[in-house]
Design a protein around this ligand. Structure first.
Ligand code: NAD
Length: 408
């Protein structure tokens, strides 16, 4: 899917042949074995990956995913999207991504700590604050980033907070990082609602995935005045046309770990949820959930791609044909996370920390600029919004590669 998107974008901007493959293929891929001791004394070997897609424009940057369906192909695709995203946002980074094949809900806290530390240990020769800087993604969180930072710091013999972002504030994490991705999604949704002249107070919102990104997007959109009518996680969804109390849902998930049996509305299946009539649909869980099977049934005005790659290539073609849904493509929509990760890395390197107001105002300024550049590109070439965003991201990486030249 990522390769097809790249080929289409490269054709659209006539990217010279001798730059195409260099810009497309990952620079480095690592596969690592991760043996950890289980609480019962046995040993399990997990399989982990890290793909550094582009190192031409700065250290590579990207999250680490703990999920049972991780594959090296998925990690490579996610690393490509990170390259275009960082480039589109004007951040001095290339793209990367990591993953471990594991269902984190089936490991104890101690086992997760051993796995997170072991993964970092295996990657130490290949990453660093100037080489590759990981962050959380699905199935990982700030606590794990803290363990990884501690593992790296112990290895080098001094504290090195800039090795990962998305850390706890007490270890040099940034104010606003936890909220950043969801807050950025909500901010862009508000801006696009304004463009469509739909008052945010009249907007109804459906969100798939109630983890870091989905729940923070819900909090921010509720604060803007929108009504969140459905939310879900891997155990199923909750639907309430009168609006769900998001704080209560967050408190429920904090204590129960899952949304299952939350009494804020009626239960609903994840597939049904995606087809609910609403103003804004936000997939904030896995990729490839909007498919040729359901794309004709979705009934929203805005599709805000908080997850990476939630719309398949074929489904995207149908959305273009339909023309009645404004898509905020993933590389723009969820870029608030990596942008505040960049702020965190900057603050770590300067040892000078900003307050949340400063973080958020700088974030919104960068999102505004990226949105404006995407809209200008869309108008200038008559591209879809996704193609506009991707061509901008790809062109800037290709320009950097061209300027650097090829090592003899
Ligand atoms: P998370 O692990 O905190 O939350 C994921 C949520 O999705 C959980 O509520 C989980 O139960 C739910 N989920 C999993 N499988 C599901 C299924 N089959 N159906 C419905 N819900 C399901 O992860 P996150 O950090 O919120 O990431 C979510 C998405 O956002 C991912 O695609 C990730 O790549 C993307 N993203 C995350 C960040 C970030 O800063 N965390 C930044 C950019 C993009």
């Amino acid at each position: 899917m990522a390769c097809r998107q790249f080929d289409q974008a490269a054709d659209a901007i006539n990217l010279p042949e001798n730059l195409r493959d260099r810009t497309k293929y990952p620079r480095r891929c690592f596969a690592v074995s991760l043996p950890i001791q289980r609480d019962d004394g046995s040993v399990t070997v997990f399989e982990g990956y890290r793909v550094q897609h582009n190192l031409s424009t700065g250290p590579s940057k990207g999250g680490i995913r703990f999920h049972q369906s991780v594959t090296i192909g998925e990690v490579a695709a996610l690393s490509m999207w990170m390259s275009w995203k960082c480039s589109l946002m004007g951040l001095p980074y290339g793209g990367a991504k990591g993953g471990v094949i594991v269902n984190p809900t089936q490991l104890s806290e101690l086992e997760l700590e051993r796995l997170a530390r072991r993964y970092m240990q295996e990657l130490i020769p290949f990453i660093g604050p100037n080489t590759d800087v990981p962050a959380p993604d699905m199935g990982t969180n700030e606590k794990m980033m803290g363990w990884m930072m501690d593992t790296y710091s112990n290895h080098v013999g001094h504290i090195e907070p800039a090795i990962v972002t998305g850390k706890p504030i007490s270890l040099g994490g940034s104010q606003g990082r936890r909220e950043a991705t969801g807050a950025g999604v909500a901010y862009l949704v508000k801006k696009y609602l304004e463009d469509l002249k739909i008052p945010v107070k009249n907007a109804t919102v459906v969100i798939q995935g109630f983890g870091n990104v989905g729940s923070e997007a819900a909090v921010a959109l509720e604060a803007y005045g929108a009504k969140i009518i459905a939310i879900s996680d891997y155990t199923g969804g909750i639907y309430n046309p009168k609006g769900i109390n998001i704080r209560k849902a967050q408190q429920y998930v904090a204590s129960q770990k899952v949304l299952h049996n939350f009494d804020g509305g009626e239960p609903i299946e994840n597939e049904e949820l995606l087809e609910l009539e609403c103003t804004v649909l936000i997939p904030a869980a896995l990729e490839r959930v909007i498919t040729p099977d359901n794309v004709r049934k979705i009934k929203c005005r805005i599709l805000a791609e908080a997850a990476n790659g939630p719309t398949t290539y074929q489904a995207d073609k149908v959305l273009e044909e339909r023309g009645d849904i404004e898509v905020i493509p993933d590389v723009l929509c969820n870029a608030g996370g990596v942008t505040v990760s960049y702020f965190e890395w900057l603050q770590n390197r300067q040892n000078y920390y900003w307050d949340k107001v400063e973080v958020m105002s700088k974030l919104f300024k960068i999102l505004d600029k990226a949105k404006d550049s995407v809209e200008a590109q869309k108008r200038k070439f008559g591209f879809s919004r996704r193609l506009a965003a991707q061509t901008l991201g790809i062109q800037r990486v290709a320009n950097a590669k061209q300027s650097r030249g090829l090592f003899p």
